[in-house]
Each structure stands twice: as structure tokens, then as C-alpha cells.
Design a protein. Structure first.
Length: 484
């Protein structure tokens, strides 16, 4: 009797496993209808499918001693510890330190990744991979090397376009739709981490729309596919073999946290770089803020989906089109906007001169307003009215205004002065100050204007360091010390 019971339990267990297996085998087909996929048995087919479209990028640039020390101290994660034994792998990236006055000018060497987008040899990578490079060498998967020319770059989104000529039988990667991604979708990153070419790592989409303080148009895909130095500029691939992101950033000391630029954000930028060598962004001309719970209730928007217009600049596209203060912008050309950051990004990516439909809520009623967006003025032009020229640190700053706050990704009521330029190799650059940083205080004294900032810097004792309290996007506060 016990034997019969045992057999019955075994049969029931096998039957249950069969049911479970049957359920799992049905899921991929259903998921494919929505554009999502379960993890495949292996990724070898996908890796073979796309490998010929992924390239290694090697760059070299001349640099002075202060630049080299600054870059090395900020970028070398193995400083003080060497997992490769006696050999420091970053010597291949950055070159040796200078020795003596007669030593030749040092060279900074860097490695990155990229991917081919068409048969004419155009390759997408990151701006930080090729910025300032004297030479750019592209290595294909077949080990053939080509000298590349820089077509154009966009520091605000960290994208760049290079081109190789006289190349044959290129295999461009197909471009996908990053808007169709869902959290939990499987993705594959391919690149050259630490110079190890054609490295394939797999993971999932951990989050979308991440703002990490890298720039005014942050909209990153977060993934746990392993991304390391050298992966920069390489593609993030979906299970169809399409590029849906450009691997760009990692969290220092973090594991399983990498960030990629959505390919939909990159498409228009790459097209502009190809056609014009630079990126021109559109401008609406409004001061904005996100809806709080109280403001949402006040304007009858309990879901708080929309952006409040706090100010309309005179003679701006918004002013000419008829947008008014206290309008709540809810969509751009039919696409919903639920935050000031999203609105700024959508407007910036519109073609200059495009007649754009702005849907607003005004006194509780929906209203479509058509606006012809204008060219965004360069940040430096905006800042010229209130910019310092000689702080001895290598920093140029500007007063905060609603427009400047919007461009650099800060709230309109943020207090401080914005860093609009850092001289390469300067004291500030060596200390780690970056364009877009907000200086909140100097030597523990709060600053609200350029005048405050200059007075605080000039008033500091010559034998003491300048202590800056900074905000970097939405990444929080940073304290830095700079020798005067």
C-alpha cells in the first residue's frame, strides 16, 4: 500500500512539473506579442548576430602634468589596489607620469566602444570617449584598424559621432525603440571593458527615466548588465538584436548598476551631428515647476501629471503663441509630460522652427496652443551678463535665473551660482569642479549672486584653501577644497 502511495505521489509530482513546464513554454510566445522576452537558453546566437557591428575605439591626446594628475586621480579605480598583480592595467589607458623637465609631453590614452549605424562608416560613441582626442583609431571585430575622424559631439547628452572611410562590408546594427522597453526586459551589453574587446554581458532593465545628475537632459536606462570602464559608447541590445541604448555611466564602487542613453533620445542628436556637426536645441521660453500635491489640488489635478508655467518670457515662442502664467502644460504634440525635466527634454529635442502643439489646462479647460519653437541660446551667451572672468581658480559662473535653472536641470527657486565653464588643467578642474555644478557656499558663506561669489573668493586668505559646497544636478551635495 505504501509503495502504491509513493508511486502515486511521484506521478503527481511529474504531472505537476509537466504542467509547470507547459506553462513556461507558453509564456515566450505570449510575451513576444508585447515585445518582451524571457531569458533565452543562451545568448550565443544574439552575440554572433550583432558582434560585427560593435567596435573598439582607441584614443590618444596630449596633456599637461596637471591635467594628467587630475584625470588619473579621478578616473583610476584601482589606485592603491591592483587586482591584476604587479601590472597596472590603467598604464595602457593613461600612460606614464612625467619624469623631469626634459620628459616629453605626456599622452593620455583611452579606450572605449562604439557601434556602426550605416554603410558609410558612421559610428556612435560617447562624447567623453573622444573629447579632446588627437587621434581616434577604430578596430572592427575582424581586427582591421581604421583612423577615424570626429564628425561632431554633444557634451550635454554625452554623445559623439565618428566616421571611418574606405571600409568595406560593414554590418550596421539595427536601431530599436527604447520607449517600448519595460522594466524587467532582458538586455545585452557589448563593448571593450578594460580593453577586453567584444565582451558580452547580460542583464535586465532595472529602471527607466533615471536622473543621475550627469547633465540637463538625463533620461537614463538603468541596467544590471555588467558595464565597466571601456564599455562607454557600446550598444545595449534587446532580444531582437536591436540597439535600444548607448552604455554611458557606472556608479563608482557599485555592482549591477549601469546606465545607458535611450536610443530614442540619441536618434535626433545623431542625425544633427551627421548633417551639421553640432546640435541645435529648441526653446519654448517659460519658467516652470513641478506640481506639488497642494498645487495639484488647487488646479484640480489630483494625479499631478503636468507642469505649471510660472513665467512666460517676453517675446519668447511661448509668449508669441499665447501661453500664459498658471497654465498647466500636460502634453507636447500629444505626448504626456509629467515633470519639468521631461518637458525640458521634449522641447530641447524638437527641431528648431517646428510648429508644436502644446496642450494646457487653463481654468480647468483643455486648450491646444500652437507654438513655433526657437533656437536655444548657448549657455555661455546667457551667462555673459553676469559672468566673472578672473577668480584665479579657473571657474566662470553665472547668476541663477529660471531659464538657466531649466537648462541645467535645477528647480527655479534653487539658490546659488551656476558653473558655466571650467578651464582645463586649472585648479578647479584638478579639484573636480564640473560645468553645471551649483556653488552654494564658499568657505561656509552662502552665495546667491556672482558678486557674492567673487567677494567670498577674493576675501579668502591667500594661505588657505577655498572650500566650496556644490550641488551636482540631483545627485546631492559635494564639498571640495581648492588651493588659492
Amino acid at each position: 500500500m505504501k509503495t502504491l502511495k509513493r508511486k502515486a505521489l511521484i506521478i503527481a509530482a511529474i504531472f505537476a512539473v509537466g504542467l509547470m513546464a507547459g506553462a513556461v513554454t507558453q509564456l515566450p510566445a505570449a510575451s513576444q506579442d508585447t515585445g518582451s522576452y524571457l531569458a533565452p537558453a543562451n545568448f550565443s546566437v544574439l552575440a554572433k548576430q550583432v558582434k560585427n557591428g560593435v567596435v573598439n575605439i582607441r584614443v590618444e591626446k596630449s596633456m599637461n602634468e596637471s591635467e594628467e594628475i587630475s584625470h588619473f586621480s579621478r578616473e583610476n579605480p584601482f589606485q592603491g589596489r591592483n587586482p591584476f598583480g604587479g601590472r597596472n592595467p590603467f598604464e595602457d589607458f593613461f600612460g606614464p607620469f612625467p619624469r623631469g623637465d626634459n620628459h616629453p609631453a605626456p599622452k593620455q590614452r583611452g579606450l572605449g566602444s562604439g557601434f556602426i549605424i550605416d554603410d558609410n562608416g558612421y559610428i556612435v560613441t560617447n562624447n567623453h570617449v573622444v573629447d579632446g582626442a588627437d587621434t581616434i583609431v577604430v578596430t572592427l571585430s575582424n581586427k582591421k584598424e581604421y583612423d577615424a575622424e570626429l564628425v561632431g559631439r554633444d557634451p550635454k547628452t554625452d554623445l559623439a559621432l565618428v566616421r571611418i572611410k574606405d571600409s568595406k562590408d560593414l554590418e550596421p546594427l539595427p536601431i530599436g525603440d527604447s520607449d517600448g522597453l519595460s522594466v524587467g526586459d532582458w538586455v545585452v551589453a557589448i563593448g571593450s571593458p578594460f580593453g577586453l574587446e567584444q565582451t558580452v554581458t547580460a542583464g535586465i532593465v532595472s529602471a527607466k527615466g533615471r536622473v543621475i545628475g550627469a547633465g540637463p537632459y538625463d533620461d537614463f536606462i538603468q541596467t544590471d548588465a555588467s558595464i565597466n570602464p571601456g564599455n562607454s559608447g557600446g550598444p545595449l541590445i534587446n532580444m531582437k538584436g536591436e540597439v535600444i541604448g548607448i552604455n554611458t555611466a557606472i556608479v563608482a564602487g557599485g555592482q549591477g548598476i549601469g546606465f545607458a542613453i535611450p536610443v530614442n533620445l540619441a536618434k535626433g542628436i545623431v542625425e544633427q551631428l551627421k548633417n551639421n556637426g553640432e546640435v541645435t536645441r529648441a526653446w519654448l521660453g517659460v519658467g516652470i515647476q513641478d506640481l506639488t500635491e497642494e498645487l495639484g489640488d488647487y488646479y484640480g489635478m489630483k494625479d499631478r501629471k503636468g507642469v505649471l508655467v510660472t513665467e512666460v518670457y517676453e517675446n519668447s515662442p511661448a509668449d508669441k503663441g499665447g501661453i500664459k502664467a498658471e497654465d498647466v502644460i500636460i502634453s507636447i504634440d500629444g505626448k504626456d509630460v509629467d515633470s519639468g525635466h521631461a518637458l525640458s527634454s521634449k522641447i530641447a529635442n524638437l527641431p528648431v522652427g517646428k510648429r508644436t502643439r502644446i496642450t494646457v489646462l487653463r481654468d480647468g479647460d483643455k486648450k491646444d496652443i500652437f507654438v513655433e519653437v526657437a533656437k536655444r541660446t548657448d549657455d555661455e551667451v546667457i551667462a555673459k551678463k553676469s559672468m566673472n572672468e578672473s577668480d584665479n581658480l579657473g571657474i566662470r559662473v553665472a547668476d541663477m535665473s529660471p531659464d538657466v535653472a531649466q537648462r541645467f536641470g535645477y528647480d527655479e527657486d534653487t539658490s546659488g551660482v551656476i558653473v558655466v565653464e571650467v578651464a582645463r588643467g586649472s585648479k578647479a578642474d584638478t579639484a573636480g569642479v564640473s560645468q553645471g555644478d551649483l556653488i552654494v557656499a564658499v568657505n561656509r558663506v552662502k552665495v546667491k549672486t556672482v558678486g557674492d561669489y567673487l567677494s567670498a573668493v577674493k576675501g579668502a586668505d591667500d594661505d588657505k584653501k577655498i572650500k566650496l559646497l556644490l550641488r551636482r544636478g540631483r545627485a546631492g551635495f559635494i564639498a571640495l577644497s581648492i588651493p588659492k
